[in-house]
Design a protein. Structure first.
Ligand code: NDP
Length: 240
């Protein structure tokens, strides 16, 4: 079985931790990113993990990007849909662009990446599709109607596709992190961040490596009977 993994948004934040953890677990990893060349090149120099630039919001770019990765590394057996963005606004002020950008990246991006890889996974009778959703896709969040809708969509996508993949040896799972110390969360004003931490029973933000370890487990052959599941990792902030 090939051990080739693509991690979208794999050069920064949670994605970078996932790329590194999969590499350490023996995978050939391709880290996709959207536009931050400086961060991507720094990541590549530090880790030796190759980086590939395309937007997950663009289906044709995904198909072409996957083709480049497979030509370089071989057939992809593990897809980690991690790329995600926020464009927060109260609903009455939310623009159509803010809605569309978030849905295009966080939800359609998952389709755009999974769909071109699905046939190969079916043919080879093995695959792992792991999507990074969010606590806010489970519970909803003020100011994030677009983000919460996209991340709830990722959960529905996973539950449906898991049923289609099961007989073909493909598992499809979703991880819902709580608040993790990355650029996305550190960009939130400090006062708001303190208020968030006060709501987390564990009394701290999560670390990207804590999510990466969940991914490595779900990608492993040991996790072959786990499909359609939602793995919550949020320090007890929201218990489903
Ligand atoms: P960061 O903002 O730190 O990194 C986002 C990554 O996604 C970057 O590598 C970025 O690329 C990439 N990206 C963004 N848009 C696209 C696109 N259109 N195509 C390809 N890549 C893209 O995010 P986090 O590490 O914080 O978040 C990672 C995932 O985890 C997201 O899906 C997020 O929603 C989710 N999450 C995060 C939580 C947190 O507390 N941080 C909590 C719950 C869920 P580039 O470097 O080029 O900009």
């Amino acid at each position: 079985m090939s051990k080739v993994a693509i991690v979208t948004g794999g050069s920064r934040g949670i994605g970078a931790a996932i790329s590194i953890a999969l590499k350490n677990a023996g995978y050939s990893v391709a880290a996709n990113y959207a536009g931050n060349d400086e961060a991507a090149q720094k990541f590549k120099a530090e880790t030796g993990i190759p980086v590939y630039k395309w937007s997950v919001a663009d289906y044709d770019a995904c198909a072409a990007g996957i083709g480049r990765v497979e030509a370089d590394l071989g057939p992809v057996s593990v897809l980690v849909n991690n790329a995600g963005i926020t464009r927060d606004a109260m609903f009455h002020k939310m623009t159509r662009e803010q809605w569309k950008e978030v849905l295009d990246t966080n939800l359609s991006g998952v389709f755009n990446m999974t769909h071109p890889l699905w046939g190969g996974m079916r043919d080879r009778k093995f695959g792992r599709v792991i999507t990074i959703s969010s606590i806010n896709g489970q519970k909803g969040q003020t100011g994030q109607v677009n983000y919460s809708a996209s991340k709830a969509g990722d959960i529905g996508f996973t539950k449906a596709l898991a049923q289609e993949g099961a007989r073909a040896g493909i598992t499809v799972n979703v991880i819902c992190p709580g608040y993790i110390a990355t650029d996305m969360v550190m960009a939130v004003p400090e006062k708001v961040r303190e208020a968030i931490i006060a709501q987390i029973p564990a009394g701290r933000l999560g670390e990207p490596e804590e999510i990466a370890r969940c991914v490595v487990f779900l990608a492993s052959e040991d996790a072959g009977f786990i499909t359609g599941s939602t793995l919550t990792a949020n320090g007890g902030q929201y218990i489903t």
